[in-house]
Design a protein around this ligand. Structure first.
Ligand SMILES: Nc1ncnc2c1ncn2[C@@H]1O[C@H](COP(=O)(O)OP(=O)(O)O)[C@@H](O)[C@H]1O
Ligand SMILES: [Mg+2]
Length: 243
């Protein structure tokens, strides 16, 4: 197992079920502060369920999750948000009938201290200049790529330490995906935010991340440095359509 020294997020033996149907079995992984880590796997592997467990949207049946040493399990979703966990959900989940600016400002409601909100908006518009001229437009009228930028911007408004991004690339053209991937690298490098990229697009996620974990039917089956994973024959055959 690749295990960084000091961990920001530590997940040990996590088990989650929906009713009688077990989805995650004994999932363990670690994230050091400042890392970009990829959690990849096929549709239905349990990736979104794992993020829901981390953010408190589904209860866990076993195991432990710690953020900077603090047990997350007893904390409600909003308390986890205040500790610095922000999620960009699958499908973006913007409020279609609110403007871009209103959606962004909703992200700041996750934190206790709302001061500096105007500066944070400037940071988001600097990161995504595309959104600047759209700020008064209804989010439902944006393109898929612009919606993804808005969803990432909204999460940043919470000033997270740990940013969870679920299926960043889904449904977007390659050129837009590359643009958003560049922004994610910048968020990580310039602002020191730790990023967990959850992706069906295994090649993309491993290109951005430094390390990766492969989730297969609810279990972590492979982990290692992203470069090594990209070179592995089994991963290339199963997930990259190459051999
Ligand atoms: N709310 C739910 N109730 C019951 N089963 C669910 C629910 N959400 C997801 N599942 C099931 O859990 C498994 C993992 O789903 P999910 O975490 O969404 O996978 P992924 O994000 O990797 O595609 C799938 O078999 C899915 O059908
Ligand atoms: Mg999913």
């Amino acid at each position: 197992m690749t295990r960084p020294a000091a961990s920001l997020l530590s997940v040990r033996g996590l088990a989650v079920a929906y009713g009688d149907s077990r989805v995650l079995w004994d999932v363990s992984f670690e994230m050091a502060p400042g890392e970009i880590v990829a959690l990849v796997g096929a549709n239905g592997a349990g990736k979104t369920t794992l993020l829901r467990a981390l953010t408190g949207l589904v209860p866990i049946r076993g195991g432990a999750m710690r953020l900077a040493g603090e047990d997350l399990a007893p904390l409600k979703s909003y308390e986890r948000a205040r500790r610095g966990i922000a999620m960009v959900p699958e499908g973006r989940r913007l409020f279609a009938g609110l403007t871009v600016r209103q959606n962004l400002k909703l992200g700041a409601t996750a934190r206790a201290d709302r001061t500096g909100e105007a500066d944070d908006l400037d940071v988001v518009f600097e990161l995504f200049p595309e959104l600047t001229r759209m700020e008064g437009r209804l989010a439902g009228l944006l393109s898929g790529g612009e919606q993804q930028m808005c969803a990432i911007g909204r999460a940043l408004m919470a000033r997270p330490r740990l940013l969870l991004i679920d299926e960043m690339s889904l449904g977007l053209a390659p050129v837009i995906v590359e643009r958003i991937a560049e922004a994610v690298r910048l968020i990580n490098r310039a602002r020191g935010i730790t990023v967990l990229l959850v992706e069906q697009d295994v090649g993309l996620a491993l290109e951005i991340a430094s390390r990766g974990y492969v989730l297969d039917t609810g279990r972590v089956t492979i982990d290692g440095p992203a470069d090594d994973l990209l070179r592995r024959e089994d991963i290339r055959a199963a997930y990259l359509g190459l051999n």
